[in-house]
Design a protein around this ligand. Structure first.
Ligand code: MN
Length: 493
């Protein structure tokens, strides 16, 4: 088995085929740079045939001077390869349908013609200085004899790699091992695997292929991709590393950061319980777990959070025990008396019974209140004016007290709430954070309803949630923002 497994990332091609995802040229470039920095070996930057804009972005990625090989998708047609050449890529991901189903119904062709087109396109690409990764589309439902024929003809024509695509996610780990054992026994070039997650087996099948000789894994960040998505980069890399001691060039401590970037730019939220990069992947709630973690993290953590660039969070709910609260307060370096501890514990329980979770940030706030030493709020709102109308650009101005200073700022926005939040951001520009979530709940009915605004702010590896309540949605939003920024600035001191 190869010592090092190569990673081909197709977030910018297969990942962008996720329903609802469309990236701008600049966004694609930003993701490509992040992938390069993460350490992927090949970036499939897009499909040159798609559009002029797509070619523009592939060109930009290809001319960025990245360390990674940059590739474009191409069908087995010379015209596709010409367009890829126009983009200045290093290689083509040459996709040839090989199953009877695809050849007969999609191409309305036959095996002989497909083989001829494959050979022609490989030679044509190589003659023009491109590397070729020959990928068999629907390879997992292709007759093995023909599959091996495609492999040998492809090698003869000069293919540099051979990838089997499980295009509709039909493989199971056992038959993955079977087919890859046969392919790698015959192949003179590196073998790659491209899996889809229709049965939730993309990661397992990708790993099974590697154990049977594949040395290239096709993956996407967050498992984005058509339908149920592709094999997911962070899972495959961590299974190879922790499960089998196999190396890749991925700097795993950047996984969370890249996942966050792709989540933000693609607009597809990562499930909280997603392995490796989900928000709950390193969050502990139940009393016994928290107690164990504080004594020895290995009791309830398989992966050290810092290994994947994540951070550990504790959430206290109704299962919380007095000991956990005490231990967490110790962890936060807050000293309390027995009476104070009881009072803090009761408040946490009370909140938990209402079905809410208390994060360590909330616990800190509760403790400070109980201790009567509420931290001096660094930022206070003194004035807020927001205007909107149908012939008016929504505008807001704020006067804040930041420490001893008075700061006045104004801004426009898509509406008065947005304008007010933008003004706050300008006024607090020295405190770096990102607003990752804004949520409105109407607590009572009617147009005079009390609303609760919850914001989630992210600063470095810390996430805080803060709330604002009131009947004025603009003021409540501003309160939530200021509460959140105060929490962040407390922690960054
Ligand atoms: Mn695919």
């Amino acid at each position: 088995m190869a010592k090092k497994i190569r990673v081909l990332d197709t977030t910018l091609r297969d990942g962008e085929q996720t329903p609802g995802v469309s990236l701008t040229i600049d966004q694609k470039l930003e993701i490509a740079r992040a992938l390069d920095d993460l350490g992927v070996d090949v970036i499939e930057a897009g499909s040159a045939i798609t559009s002029k804009g797509e070619r523009e972005s592939i060109k930009k990625v290809a001319s960025e001077g990245l360390r990674a090989e940059v590739s474009s998708f191409a069908r087995i047609m010379r015209s596709d390869i010409d367009l890829a050449l126009e983009c200045g890529v290093d290689s083509v991901f040459l996709v040839a349908p090989t199953s009877d189903l695809h050849i007969k119904y999609k191409l309305k062709s036959d095996q002989g013609k497909v083989l001829a087109a494959i050979s022609d396109c490989i030679q044509y690409s190589r003659d023009h200085g491109l590397k070729v990764d020959l990928c068999t589309e629907d390879g997992s439902r292709t007759d093995l004899k023909f599959l091996l024929k495609v492999l040998s003809e492809g090698e003869k024509a000069g293919a540099n790699r051979f990838t089997l695509a499980d295009t509709v996610g039909t493989l199971l780990p056992e038959n993955t091992r079977n087919v890859f054992e046969k392919l790698s026994a015959k192949s003179k070039v590196p073998v790659g695997v491209h899996c889809h997650d229709d049965l939730g087996l993309a990661t397992a099948n990708t790993v099974a292929a590697v154990l049977s000789g594949a040395t290239f894994v096709d993956v996407t960040v967050n498992g984005l991709g058509e339908r149920a998505g592709n094999a997911c980069l962070e899972e495959v890399v961590m299974v190879l590393k922790l499960g089998y001691g196999l190396k890749t060039s991925i700097k795993t401590e950047k996984l969370r950061q890249v996942s966050d970037l792709v989540e933000r730019l693609c607009g597809i939220p990562v499930a909280p319980n997603k392995a490796i990069v989900g928000d709950n992947a390193f969050t502990h709630e139940a009393g016994i777990h928290v107690d164990g973690i504080l004594k020895k993290p290995e009791t309830y953590e398989l992966i050290k959070p810092e290994l994947v660039g994540a951070s550990r969070r504790f959430v206290l709910g109704k299962h919380v025990g007095l000991k956990s609260v005490q231990a967490l307060l110790n962890d936060l370096k807050i000293k309390v008396s027995d009476d104070q501890l009881k009072s803090i514990f009761e408040q946490v329980k009370y909140t938990g019974d209402k079905g809410k979770k208390v994060t360590s940030v909330d616990l800190d706030a509760i403790a400070q209140t109980v201790l009567g030493s509420e931290k001096e709020c660094k930022i206070r709102l003194e004035e807020l004016v927001a205007v909107a109308g149908n012939k008016f650009t929504p505008t807001a101005s704020v006067k804040l007290r930041v420490g001893d200073e008075e700061v006045v700022e104004s801004s426009v926005g898509t509406g008065p709430v947005d304008a007010a939040i933008n003004a706050i951001r300008h006024a607090t520009r020295d405190i770096p954070f990102e607003l990752t979530d804004y949520h409105v709940d109407a607590i009572s009915g009617g147009s005079d309803a009390i609303v609760r605004i919850e914001v989630r702010l992210k600063s470095k590896d810390r996430i805080v949630t803060a709330q604002g309540t009131g009947s004025d949605i603009i003021l409540a939003s501003v309160d939530a923002m200021i509460n959140g920024i105060n929490l962040i600035s407390t922690y960054s001191e």
